[in-house]
Design a binder for this molecule. Structure first.
Ligand code: DP6
Length: 351
C-alpha cells in the first residue's frame, strides 16, 4: 500500500436493558445481555492510514475533540497494538485517529461503546478498501462487532441499530459470546421507536470504572445467582419485546437495573453509585406510574444518571412530567432526549 486512506464512521451509544456485568478471559461475558441502540448520542471517528515513516515502528496518533488526550491515548495505543493479528495493515502503516462526541463527556452515556464501535468500523472499512476480495456486509459487521468487543464489551452491541443481543444463548439464532446479534426483526412495533430520556443527576467522572466493577464480580458471593437471573430475565424480556408487553418490559428492565446496583453494593469493597437525587427520581417514576397507569420505567448504568424509557405515543405527558417533577433533581436541569436509533453510518467524504 502506498497511498493514504481515510474513513469516518458515526456510531451511537447504547443502553443495556439486560446488563453485562461480569466477564472472563478476553472480554467474554458471563451472561447474555440485551440493549437498545440510541439515536442522538453519537461518536464520530476518522481513521487515516499512511505508509509508516519508520516501518519498524509505525506511529499511532490520537486526538479527542481536536486535542491530544494522554489518558485515552495510551489505552488506544495498547488496543491498536493488540489488533495487529486481525488487521495486517496495522504492521506497516502509521495510523491517525480523530474522535469527537456530540454528547457531553461523562454525561452518564457510555462513550466507550460509541467510540470503540466507531473505531472498529473504521478499521474494518480500511481493511475492506485494501482487500482484493472485500467482505460482504454480514461478515463486515460481525468482524466490527468482534473487534469492538475487544475494546469494550458493551461496544460490541453498538455496531448494530435497534435492539441488540450479545452472548451465547439458545434463544437467539447466530448468537455468540464473541460478537453481538441484531434482533430488530423480532421486536413488536410499540418498541421500535421507544424513547429514552437520560436524566443527568451528576456528570462527575465515574466513581467505579467498569473494568474494576467486572473484576469485583469475580469475588462477589452472589455472582452465580446474578448470572443465572440475567439469563432468565433475558428470555422473559425477549418474549415481552416480541409481544409488545410494556408493563412486563418495565418490570424486567427495572429489576436488572436494581440487580446491577445490588451487586455493586455487595461487592468487596462496596460502592454506592447512586446519588440521593437518583433515589428521589426512581421513587417519583414509580409513583407517577402507579397514579397515572402509564407504562414508564427506568434503567441505570453503573452510575447515578437515570434513563427513563417509554413509548412515543405518551411522549408529551412524560416530557411534562420530566420538566415539572424530575428536572429539579438533575444537575443544571439537564436531560438528554433520545430514542431507539438505526445504528452506525459511514460518512463518505464530499466528492
Ligand atoms: C453497566 O462495556 O464498559 O454498562 O468491557 O470493561 O469495557 P468493559 O466494560 P463496559 O461495561 C458495561 C457495563 C454496563 C452494562 C452494559 O452495558 O451491559
Amino acid at each position: 500500500m502506498d497511498k493514504s486512506i481515510s474513513v469516518t464512521w458515526r456510531s451511537p451509544a447504547n443502553i443495556a436493558l439486560i446488563k453485562y456485568w461480569g466477564k472472563h478471559d478476553n472480554q467474554l461475558p458471563n451472561n447474555p445481555s440485551l440493549s437498545m441502540t440510541l439515536n442522538h448520542s453519537i461518536t464520530e471517528t476518522t481513521v487515516e492510514i499512511n505508509p509508516a515513516k519508520e516501518p519498524e515502528n509505525p506511529a499511532i496518533h490520537f486526538t479527542f475533540e481536536d486535542q491530544p488526550n494522554l489518558v485515552f491515548e495510551s489505552r488506544i495505543k495498547n488496543f491498536i497494538h493488540s489488533l495487529k493479528e486481525f488487521f495486517t495493515f496495522l504492521s506497516s502503516n502509521d495510523i491517525s485517529i480523530k474522535s469527537q462526541n456530540n454528547f457531553p463527556h461523562s454525561s452518564g452515556i457510555s462513550s466507550s461503546a460509541s467510540f470503540m464501535s466507531s473505531l472498529a468500523l473504521c478499521l474494518c472499512s480500511v481493511e475492506r478498501k485494501l482487500s482484493d476480495s472485500p467482505m460482504n456486509d454480514y461478515d463486515f459487521y460481525k468482524k466490527a462487532s468482534f473487534i469492538a468487543r475487544l475494546g469494550s464489551g458493551s461496544a460490541t452491541r453498538s455496531v448494530y441499530g435497534g435492539f441488540v443481543s450479545w452472548g451465547l444463548t439458545n434463544l437467539i439464532h447466530d448468537s455468540s459470546d464473541e460478537y453481538a446479534t441484531p434482533i430488530m426483526d423480532n421486536i413488536h412495533k410499540v418498541f421500535t421507536d421507544y424513547c429514552d430520556s437520560v436524566l443527568i443527576v451528576s456528570s462527575n467522572q465515574k466513581k467505579l470504572l467498569s473494568s474494576e466493577g467486572h473484576r469485583l464480580m469475580e469475588t462477589n458471593p452472589y455472582n452465580k445467582t446474578k448470572y443465572n437471573e440475567a439469563g432468565r430475565n433475558f428470555g422473559v424480556l425477549l418474549d415481552y419485546l416480541k409481544k409488545g408487553d410494556e408493563n412486563g418490559f418495565g418490570r424486567i428492565v427495572e429489576n436488572e437495573a436494581m440487580a446491577l446496583h445490588g451487586m455493586i453494593f455487595m461487592s468487596q469493597p462496596w460502592h454506592i453509585l447512586m446519588e440521593p437525587n437518583t433515589i428521589i427520581i426512581l421513587d417519583k417514576v414509580r409513583k407517577f406510574r402507579e397514579i397515572n397507569g402509564l407504562p414508564i420505567c427506568f434503567t441505570l448504568d453503573a452510575g447515578p444518571n437515570v434513563h427513563i424509557l417509554y413509548s412515543r405515543k405518551i411522549k408529551n405527558k412524560i416530557k411534562t412530567f420530566i420538566e415539572i417533577e424530575l428536572n429539579p433533581f438533575c444537575e443544571n436541569h439537564k436531560w438528554i432526549d433520545d430514542c431507539v436509533g438505526n445504528g452506525p453510518v459511514e460518512l463518505k467524504p464530499l466528492e
